[in-house]
Design a protein around this ligand. Structure first.
Ligand code: NAD
Ligand code: DAU
Length: 358
C-alpha cells in the first residue's frame, strides 16, 4: 500500500509527510512542482529512506500522474498542492486558476481513470482526499455563528474562489462518477516550515531582523488558528474513517484578532530573545494599508469531525505558538535559506509604501 501526497514539499504537506512516516511505515510518493513556496530541505531527514519517494512534477501533468499512480499502486491520493497565498492571488491570479482549478481538474481525471481500472475490492477502499480551506465560506459578521459544513460558499479573493472551484469539482467527481472523495476545510495553520510571507512567520522574521511588523488595516480581522500537526492528525483521521462524499471542517476553536496574534508573538519574543536595546518588539508594529477585499472574520465549527470521527486538536494556541516561536529561533538557517533573492523581491513589491496587494 502506498499513498500519493501532492504538494508535499510545502508547509502543511511536508509536515504531513514527516508526521505520516513517524506514525507508520506505509510509503509516500510525494509529487511537487517545487514552486517558490516549497523546500525539499524540509524533508532532508528522509534522504535515503525507502518509504519516501519524491517526484518533481505538476498535478496538471496527466501522463506523469497516471504513471505515478500505476507504478506505485497508490491506494489514496491526498491533494495538498496549491497556490496558497491570498496576497499573491490578488497581485497575480493566473497561477491560482492554473494550479488550483485546472490542475485539480486534471488530477481528478487522471485519478478517475486509474481508479476505474482497479479491481472491485481496491476501488472500494480507494480515497481521494482534497485539502481545502475555510476561506471558501467568505466573511462572517462579528457575532454570527461559526462556519459549519452547510454554510454557503461565498469566496471573496482569487485564492478562495479558486479553492471553492476545486471543491466543487471534487464534489462533482463524486456525484457524477462515484469517485470516493473526502474534502477537508481547515482554518489558518501555523507551525514549523511556514513560509515567511504569511502573517505569523513574517512577524517573527521581521521582529528578529529589526524591521516593521506590518498589520493590515486596523488589525481587528479575526482568524481561527490551528497548529499544523493538529491539521495533519485531522487529515489522517478523515482518510481513515471519513465517509466518501462528505466534507469536514477542521479548526482550532481559537478565534483571534490579528493584532492580538502579533502582540502575543512580540511578548514571547521579548521573553525568549529580548531586543538588545531592551525595548519591546511591539514597538516595531506598523499599521499599513489594508488588503483589498480583506475578509473580516473566519470562524470554524469543527463539531462534525469531533462528533463523527472523534477528532479534536491537541494544542491550544498558547502551547502551539510557543513551540512555533521556539522552532523559528532554533532554525534561523532555514529562514535564511528561504528568504533569499526571490523572497526579497516579493516583500519589496508587496510592502512598498505600505500598500499591500496592489
Ligand atoms: P504552500 O504554498 O506552503 O505549499 C504548496 C505546495 O504545493 C508547494 O510545495 C508547491 O511547490 C506545491 N505546488 C504548487 N503548485 C503545484 C502544482 N501545480 N503541482 C504540484 N505541486 C504544486 O501551501 P500550504 O500552506 O502548505 O497549503 C497546502 C494546502 O492546504 C493548500 O491546498 C491550501 O489551500 C490548504 N490550506 C492551507 C491552510 C494554511 O493555513 N496554510 C489552511 C487551510 C487549507
Ligand atoms: O483560512 C485559511 C487560509 O489561511 C489558507 O487557506 C491560506 O492558504 C493561508 O495563507 C491563510 O490565509 P490568510 O490570508 O488568512 O493568511 P495570512 O497569513 O496571509 O494572513 C493572516 C491574516 O493576517 C489576514 O487577516 C491578513 C493579515 N496580515 C497578513 C500579512 C501577510 C497582515 O495583517 N499583515 C501581513 O503582512
Amino acid at each position: 500500500m502506498t499513498i500519493l501526497v501532492t504538494g508535499g514539499a510545502g508547509f502543511i504537506g511536508s509536515n504531513f509527510v514527516l508526521d505520516w512516516l513517524v506514525g507508520g511505515d506505509e510509503p509516500v510518493v510525494n509529487l511537487d512542482k517545487l514552486t517558490y513556496a516549497s523546500n525539499l530541505n524540509n524533508l532532508a531527514c528522509l534522504q535515503g529512506d525507502p518509504r519516501h519517494h519524491f517526484v518533481a512534477g505538476d498535478i496538471g501533468d496527466s501522463a506523469l500522474v497516471a504513471s505515478v499512480l500505476r507504478k506505485h499502486r497508490v491506494r489514496a491520493v491526498l491533494n495538498f498542492a496549491a497556490e496558497s497565498h491570498v496576497d499573491r492571488s490578488i497581485a497575480g491570479p493566473a497561477a491560482f486558476i492554473e494550479t488550483n482549478v485546472v490542475g485539480t481538474f486534471r488530477l481528478l481525471e487522471a485519478v478517475r481513470a486509474y481508479w476505474s481500472d482497479l479491481d472491485e475490492g481496491e476501488r472500494a477502499v480507494f480515497r481521494f482526499l482534497h485539502v481545502s480551506t475555510d476561506e471558501v465560506y467568505g466573511s462572517l459578521p462579528p457575532y454570527a455563528p461559526a462556519f459549519d459544513e452547510q454554510h454557503r460558499y461565498e469566496p471573496n479573493s482569487p485564492y478562495s474562489a479558486s479553492k471553492a472551484s476545486s471543491d466543487h469539482l471534487v464534489r462533482a467527481w463524486h456525484h457524477t462518477y462515484g469517485l470516493p472523495v473526502l474534502t477537508t476545510n481547515c482554518s489558518n495553520n501555523y507551525g514549523p516550515f511556514h513560509f515567511p510571507e504569511k502573517l505569523i512567520p513574517l512577524v517573527i522574521h521581521n521582529a528578529l531582523a529589526g524591521k516593521p511588523l506590518p498589520v493590515y488595516g486596523d488589525g481587528r480581522q479575526v482568524r481561527d488558528w490551528l497548529y499544523v500537526l493538529d491539521h495533519c492528525s485531522a487529515i489522517r483521521r478523515v482518510l481513515e474513517a471519513g465517509k466518501p462524499g462528505e466534507t469536514y471542517n477542521v479548526g482550532g476553536w481559537n478565534e483571534m484578532a490579528n493584532i492580538d496574534v502579533v502582540h502575543t508573538l512580540c511578548a514571547i519574543l521579548d521573553e525568549l530573545r529580548p531586543r538588545p536595546d531592551g525595548a519591546p518588539y511591539a514597538a516595531q508594529i506598523s499599521f499599513v494599508k489594508d488588503r483589498p477585499g480583506h475578509d473580516r472574520r473566519y470562524a470554524i465549527d469543527a463539531g462534525k469531525i469531533e462528533r463523527e470521527l472523534g477528532w479534536r486538536p491537541v494544542e491550544t494556541f498558547e502551547t502551539g505558538i510557543r513551540k512555533t516561536v521556539a522552532w523559528y529561533l532554533a532554525h534561523q538557517d532555514w529562514v535564511r535559506e528561504v528568504t533569499s533573492g526571490a523572497y526579497r523581491d516579493w516583500v519589496a513589491q508587496q510592502y512598498a509604501g505600505g500598500r499591500p496587494g496592489i
